[in-house]
Design a protein around this ligand. Structure first.
Ligand code: MIC
Ligand code: SF4
Length: 632
């Protein structure tokens, strides 16, 4: 009796050791913000071509191009893709996850992406995992991806969604119940009769935001709904049926009756701070943004257009729409839905991540912004004191029309959205590789590598932070920082920018040191820069109560030790400026017993490194790239 996850893993696991499995990767995706580094790393592996079935390099994050930096990155990525046999999705073609779902995701296959929302393709029955760029570079080189063997949670969906309730409300409800740490080390596998009532884009919305629970991935079966979605994308031949044999393959179970779900909202500043929209109604709203890889499918935007038809955006609200892909935008245009959006006063943005990652449209001072996005961490919008509220499309439109948070039920009759049987398929924005030389602009700086681990590390606690620190806190994105992703010395000036602007200066003055953190340190994005830039500033280890999956791997990949307190209350005894020393590290790691004694001023604190043999060797080598080259 096997779950869908087990079925895919059974044909892809090529090794197992110390609680980790090595998974063969069929497809990879990179996006421009993480892709420049991933391709620089791939170049360092000295191979003529990628060794995957399919690799796609997308440009969707850095499209503002306020200086030449982004455009230089795009040219580098396009020429590198052409040289190494990778498809290149041009800026304007859409958000990587939306385009991948439409054009490339395949049931039963594996996908590794250098973006935390790669699990979006789980809506198609694909085992799709987010990882740091270096892990993806190695997957492009044909190496398997090592990950902690996940527990499989069977999420049974029964019943059917009521009008005005959407897939977004389903995942918000699950986040409400399980929280931002609720998925760590787990695959959330959806099953049950309720699944059949959800379209592939609905399923993709749900798998997309499993990332906010820290899940390894989320996964749906591949059924007749999947088949007709693939047929509508003119790729029915990619379909394969995939369903669980009963429920015995699940380590844990969760049940949700879809008919009990109501319109939900995640309030500032965490995606699990979830309440019913009706309980929060009346809050004055300044901005509404519809789009992002969570909610920018044709269905989502047709819904927005139908609801806005004949209505005008409230005078105090700015409404933006970012379509998920060129396909979505073109079809909205052909069906007349785009005209309805324009008529309502919506500001139509390009098919890209845009406001989701603070690339423009930062809301005003102390404002309320309602967004159909997936993250509402403080400052991510580009406005430090704005409150970001996450909802589905229906509630977002209601807020845009009424100027306040409103239960969408108040909009009257629920529109009947009929998706076309055939989507407009045109892959002309996806450039096929033809070889050639790589062109490097001034923004592409050489790789920064760590040195092999010393036997003794010593230094000050450079910063002490609390629980649930996201990578947006560690290294922000937004229009100032994103253009610097291929320039580590420059981007390292922004480490902990929203928490402690003096951090980079202090770290450099002290010649590095330690970070002390609470639980779930590094939640959120896959950006390896949140490890790479601290490494550049000399950070040697992070002492935390617990870590988020992708960030922990990124720390290891760049030779920074992730250490967990044996007794979480020891966290309270450490303060900024305390001196820390750890001795006998190489021997301890080589021995592999995990426990280390940290001397912090006069105290002795016990921490555990809990690393597998492979991870210990990576740390000893000073990072994954050094390790991979040594073992080539
Ligand atoms: C995000 O949503 O935070 C991002 C920007 O897509 C990141 C990737 C990055 O930082 O480049 C992610 O989710 O991994
Ligand atoms: Fe882009 Fe936002 Fe999705 Fe990240 S979460 S991939 S920034 S749309």
């Amino acid at each position: 009796m096997a779950s869908v996850a087990e079925k895919i893993l059974s044909t892809h696991v090529v090794g197992e050791e110390d609680g980790e499995i090595a998974v063969r990767i069929d497809q990879t995706l990179t996006q421009d913000a993480t892709g420049t580094m991933a391709f620089l790393q791939f170049e360092a592996l000295d191979l003529p071509k990628v060794r995957t079935e399919l690799s796609v390099s997308y440009v969707d994050h850095n499209t503002l191009q306020t200086e030449t930096l982004n455009a230089d990155d795009h040219r580098y990525l396009q020429t590198a893709a052409s040289k190494y046999g990778v498809l290149f999705s041009r800026p304007g073609n859409g958000i990587c996850h939306q385009v991948h779902l439409e054009r490339f995701a395949k049931p039963g296959r594996t996908l590794l992406g250098s973006d935390s929302h790669t699990p979006t393709s789980g809506g198609m029955g694909m085992l799709a995992v987010g990882a740091g760029g270096l892990d993806v570079a190695l997957a492009m080189a044909g190496h398997p991806f090592w990950m902690k063997k996940p527990k499989i949670v069977g999420v049974e969906l029964t019943g059917e969604l009521k009008p005005w309730v959407s897939a977004k409300d389903v995942i918000l409800e699950i986040l409400r119940r399980k929280g931002v740490k609720g998925g760590v080390g787990k695959i959330l596998e959806y099953h049950g009769e309720g699944v059949e009532t959800l379209s592939v884009p609905d399923r993709a919305t749900i798998s997309n935001m499993g990332a906010e629970m820290g899940a390894t991935t989320s996964l749906f079966p591949s059924d007749k709904v999947t088949k007709s979605f693939l047929a509508s994308q003119d790729r029915e031949s990619d379909w394969a049926e995939l369903k669980a044999d009963g429920e015995s393959g699940y380590d844990e179970k969760l049940h949700l009756d879809l008919s009990s779900v109501e319109p939900m909202v995640a309030k500032p500043h965490s995606p699990d701070n979830v309440f019913k929209v009706s309980d929060e109604a009346g809050l004055k709203v300044d901005q509404v943004c519809i789009g992002s890889c969570t909610n920018s499918s044709l269905k989502d935007l047709m819904m927005a257009a139908q609801l806005l038809d004949g209505r005008t955006v409230h005078p105090d609200v700015s409404l933006t729409i970012s379509p998920g892909s060129k396909q979505v935008l073109k079809m909205l245009s052909e069906s007349g839905h785009l005209t309805k959006l324009i008529d309502s006063g919506a500001r139509i943005l390009e098919c890209a991540c845009g406001p989701c990652i603070g690339m423009g449209q930062s809301p005003k001072f102390k404002s309320v912004s309602v967004r159909t996005f997936n993250r509402n961490f403080q400052g991510r919008s580009g406005t430090e004191d704005a409150g970001i509220y996450l909802t589905g499309v229906e509630a977002a439109v209601a807020a845009a029309i009424k100027g306040e948070l409103t239960d969408p039920l108040e909009l009257g009759e629920y529109p009947d959205i009929k998706l076309p049987g055939m989507f407009s398929v045109d892959d002309s924005m996806i450039i096929r590789p033809t070889g050639g030389e790589i062109i490097r602009g001034n923004n592409i700086k050489p790789l920064c590598l760590n040195r092999p681990l010393s036997d003794k590390i010593k230094g000050d606690v450079l910063i002490k932070v609390g629980d649930n620190i996201s990578t947006d806190h560690i290294l922000p994105a937004g229009s100032k920082c994103l253009p610097l992703r291929s320039n580590i010395p420059a981007i390292s000036e922004y480490v902990f920018h929203s928490i402690d602007k003096k951090f980079p200066k202090r770290a450099k003055k002290k010649k590095g040191g330690f970070i002390v953190a609470g639980s779930n340190y590094g939640q959120g994005s896959s950006r390896e820069h949140a490890a790479l830039a601290p490494m550049y500033l000399g950070v040697k280890a992070v002492l935390a109560k617990s870590f988020a999956r992708i960030h922990r791997s990124n720390l290891i990949n760049f030779g920074i030790l992730p250490l967990e307190f044996n007794d979480p209350s020891d966290y309270d005894d450490l303060e900024r400026g305390d001196e820390i020393a750890i001795k006998g590290l190489r021997e301890c790691l080589a021995r592999g017993d995990g426990e280390l004694k940290v001397k912090a001023d006069d105290e002795k604190i016990k921490v555990t490194s809990d690393l597998t043999r492979r991870q210990r060797e990576i740390i000893l080598a000073g990072g994954l790239l050094n390790y991979a080259r040594e073992n080539a």
